[in-house]
Design a protein around this ligand. Structure first.
Ligand code: NIG
Ligand code: FE
Length: 430
């Protein structure tokens, strides 16, 4: 190894057209504060080990970090790596046939009632080996990273038996060890009521009992999930079932998320707020009472506009109402085989601006600081500020407003996680 490759040698990220730092308090940003993305010019960023040490004028940093390696940003935009706080990244076969079924007039929930939708992915995942699931997810998460994402929450939820859920969570743990991205695991054994438990009310209750008394304890004992999540929706889990499952998960030491008010207004937002969930996700059908409930607490509203777009719904979550009510809004891809098979997070920023009517700054904060808050990581990732993990994305644009503008394009040229090149893995240390 030459001295140039020394792991402890400071790095200086130089010659960026803009450094979008998102710096500020290490917590979710709400209301007018969501416009504070902080665009700095004529600054460089110093990284020591895994963390940002300083953001300052280049001559100042060159003097302070003599002998540092310099990474030339080439007059592009450097920003915190995108934080994707909602994905269902572990699945086998893609479900492209359902897209045409919806185009022909069959609703998403109707496809599920006929045994397709999530049930179709469940049948498929149960038949796949752990190694195959690992290989498939490895390639798919790499693709997420190639668009500028450095932190990825990954849910289980296509197993729906103790063994298949544990299998999925073991795959997520293996991915976290194998990939440079930061991966946050979520247990979503309550993604559907499995078909074999849909015969009677007693069958259904047996699955809820299995979740509470066997699956959650096993997941907690194996330390396999940081979060637990439930699909609270008309025809899936009721508010009462969701409350019972999440309460058990909280008692087992997990933080909480909830698929809330995605397609119908079923009281999910109110439930998430009352449980102090870290995030309530989807919310396209949220009621005014649900918005008010979230406005009184700390739960982040994670909006997933790609899902509504792909399902062909004209409705989107009322992002402006959330912001006016003082709710912290995050954006995420909802990457999954049924309702949002996109790995392109910048495209979600486009939808954030064009469909949710966010400003560019609000969309950027929603994908960084507030995405991190939706994963209880806001003091650690999502900002380019001293002490924060050196998780960066470098985009081939000269102004941050170009990021949601070139929609569908991939302008990401490199990402770094913990100060090390992540995507592409061989770029950036010259
Ligand atoms: O977030 N809504 C529930 N879960 C996913 C969809 C999963 C699927 O259709 O496979 C979602 O949209
Ligand atoms: Fe989802």
């Amino acid at each position: 190894m030459t001295s140039v490759d020394r792991a402890d040698q400071p790095l200086l990220f130089v010659n960026a057209a803009q450094v979008v730092t998102c710096e500020g308090a290490g917590e979710a940003r709400r209301g007018r504060d969501m416009n504070d993305m902080v665009v700095r010019t004529n600054v460089a960023v110093a990284v020591v080990g895994e963390r940002v040490d300083a953001v300052d004028a280049l001559p100042v940093l060159r003097e302070r970090f003599a002998g540092a390696r310099e990474i030339d940003c080439g007059q592009r935009v450097l920003m915190p790596g995108l934080v994707d706080s909602h994905t269902h990244g572990i699945f086998g076969r893609p479900r492209y046939e359902e897209q045409e079924m919806r185009a022909a007039g069959l609703d998403y929930m109707e496809i599920a009632r006929r045994g397709g939708g999530i049930h179709s992915s469940v049948r498929d995942l149960r038949a796949q080996s752990e190694d195959t699931l690992f290989e498939l997810a490895h390639a798919r998460l790499r693709r997420l990273a190639s668009f500028g994402t450095t932190t990825i929450e990954v849910k289980s939820g296509y197993g729906l038996t103790l063994d298949d859920e544990l299998k999925t969570l073991r795959v997520i743990a293996r991915l976290a060890r194998a990939l440079p991205m930061r991966i946050v695991p979520t247990f979503l054994g309550a993604h559907e009521i499995p078909l074999e438990h849909r015969g009677s009310a007693a069958d259904r209750q047996r699955y809820v009992d299995l979740l509470i008394h066997e699956m959650i304890p096993a997941v907690a004992a194996g330390k396999l999930a940081r979060f637990a999540d439930v699909f609270c929706e008309t025809g899936v889990y009721t508010v009462d079932e969701s409350r019972a499952i999440l309460t058990a998960a909280r008692e087992a030491g997990m933080l909480l998320k909830l698929h809330a008010d995605e397609l119908t207004s079923a009281g999910g937002a109110e439930l998430a707020a009352s449980l102090g969930a870290t995030s309530a996700d989807h919310l396209a059908a949220v009621s005014d009472a649900g918005i008010a409930a979230l406005g009184h607490g700390a739960t982040v509203a994670t909006l997933l506009p790609g899902t509504m777009l792909f399902l062909g719904k004209s409705k989107q979550a009322p992002a402006r109402k959330f912001i006016e009510a003082g709710v912290a809004v995050a954006l995420a891809t909802d990457f999954n085989p049924g309702t949002s098979p996109t790995t392109n997070f910048p495209l979600i920023l486009t939808l954030g601006v064009s469909q949710l009517r966010l400003s560019v700054a609000e969309a950027v904060i929603a994908a960084t600081v507030n995405g991190a808050a939706a994963l209880a990581l806001a003091g650690h990732v999502g900002q380019i500020a001293p002490g924060y993990s050196a998780d960066f994305a470098l985009f081939d644009v000269h102004d941050i407003r170009e990021l949601p503008y070139w929609y569908g394009d991939n302008r990401c040229v490199a990402t770094y996680v913990r100060g090390k090149p992540c995507h592409p893995s061989d770029l950036g240390v010259t």
